[in-house]
Design a protein around this ligand. Structure first.
Ligand code: BGC
Length: 387
């Protein structure tokens, strides 16, 4: 943990700041004591009566609320440099809005993050037709992906860690994907307040897998306006350009001399309005960056996001070879978020660690095939600080 982070947490504790007093406007809950066992409460019921729970956990200054529906991060609260907490993740204060109209706010994404061209792929000589839900393509696992499933959730404490284990078994053929996929996702809050995600999956038939999480970050606080003035750095010299349907062309293009060069920190606002064909396709940034470190056995630092005004910063480390930076382009002022404010274009950004979109149809991209006997593994660590 950085020294500044310790100071902030101490300051917050000294000031007696709690979820109820720290300026969070969403409904308060039992909380989860820092370092204590996660607390479970009823959040709502689905139309068929299935109960959805909300789990609250806290550690090292970070406070997290997670739904059993979609494994959704409903709220992630962080202190600023003066110990003032804000929820930095877009979402809703009720289940109905998540079910009716969520653009994947905070959700677990599976079986396949991002797009699959025409919702189709070939594997071992067979063609599989997937659920198509984005024009002619399949997005984020199809019409009812992992973001819309109720997960089995258990809370744990282990040493100085606090966390949740989420299980979901996706049946053979679900959304068109072959194989029964047993998925286990672990959310851990460490004593330093890092939020770590470990994904694991096994299958009984050859299939493809690409899991991620879809938190929409606004380090100034959800509902507080645009993130175009956040500073973003991404350790990638290349990205994967897309066609009009946001399907990669297969090219790995250099970022050098383009708006896609985030190797040194810059704000998305700096050239999001440049008349670059790729920005027209995405209506902003909505692309996969080819991380210079490649796929790694251990999570390595790939991106830093910082809000200069509040001083809050996020560092992302991952084992994955790709990062989708999506600048919230399709937020269009039609949704009212957790704190009661309308979300508009650019009010948050997603940093989705992943294998490249449409990989099963792109032989030159790293493989996303999972076979019986193998275990899919992926880890992403989010570290926070404030100064
Ligand atoms: C995709 C966007 C999509 C968004 C849905 C992102 O991961 O890259 O194209 O609109 O998810 O909210």
């Amino acid at each position: 943990m950085e020294t500044s982070r310790r100071t902030v947490i101490a300051a917050a504790a000294a000031a007696g700041i709690t979820a109820a007093t720290a300026g969070t406007s969403h409904a308060t809950s039992p909380g989860g004591k820092p370092g204590g066992k996660p607390v479970k409460e009823l959040f709502g019921k689905l139309a068929d009566g299935t109960k959805v729970h909300r789990w609250s956990l806290a550690n090292g200054g970070t406070r997290l609320k997670v739904l059993s529906y979609g494994g959704i991060v409903q709220s992630l609260e962080l202190p600023d440099s003066r110990g003032r907490y804000r929820n930095v993740s877009l979402g809703f204060d009720n289940l109905d809005d998540y079910v009716a109209s969520s653009p994947y706010f905070g959700a677990l994404i599976g079986r396949f993050g991002n797009r699959m061209a025409q919702g189709r792929f070939d594997l071992d000589g067979k063609t599989y037709q997937l659920s198509v839900n984005d024009g002619e393509n399949s997005l984020h696992g199809g019409a009812k992906g992992f973001d819309k499933r109720v997960w089995d959730v258990e809370g744990f404490t282990s040493g100085s860690d606090v966390g949740l284990v989420l299980h979901y078994t996706s049946g053979d053929g679900e959304m068109g994907y072959p194989g029964t996929l047993k998925t286990k996702v672990t959310y851990t809050l460490t004593r330093d307040g890092d939020w770590r995600i470990d994904y694991a999956a096994t299958t009984d038939k050859a299939t493809v897998v690409n899991l991620t999480n879809h938190v929409y970050w606004n380090l100034a606080g959800e509902g507080s306006g645009s993130v175009y003035d956040h500073e973003l750095q991404i350790g990638a010299s290349r990205y994967t350009p897309v066609d009009k349907g946001l399907i990669p062309t297969g090219e790995l293009a250099k970022v050098s001399g383009t708006p896609f060069d985030f190797r040194r920190p810059k704000t998305p606002g700096e050239d999001i309005r440049e008349a670059h064909q790729q920005l027209l396709h995405g209506q902003g940034f909505d692309h996969n960056w080819v991380l210079d470190k490649g796929a790694t056995a251990r999570p390595e630092h790939v991106a830093t996001l910082r809000d200069p005004a509040s001083g809050r910063a996020l560092k992302v480390a991952t084992t994955e070879p790709g990062l989708q930076f999506y600048s919230g382009n399709f937020l269009d002022g039609t949704l009212v978020g957790t704190g009661g404010h309308i979300y508009r274009q650019g009010d948050a950004m997603c940093l989705e660690t992943q294998h490249f979109p449409d990989s099963p149809n792109q032989p030159s991209f790293p493989s996303t095939v999972l076979r019986p006997g193998q275990t899919y593994r992926s880890t992403t660590v989010h570290s926070f600080s404030a100064r």
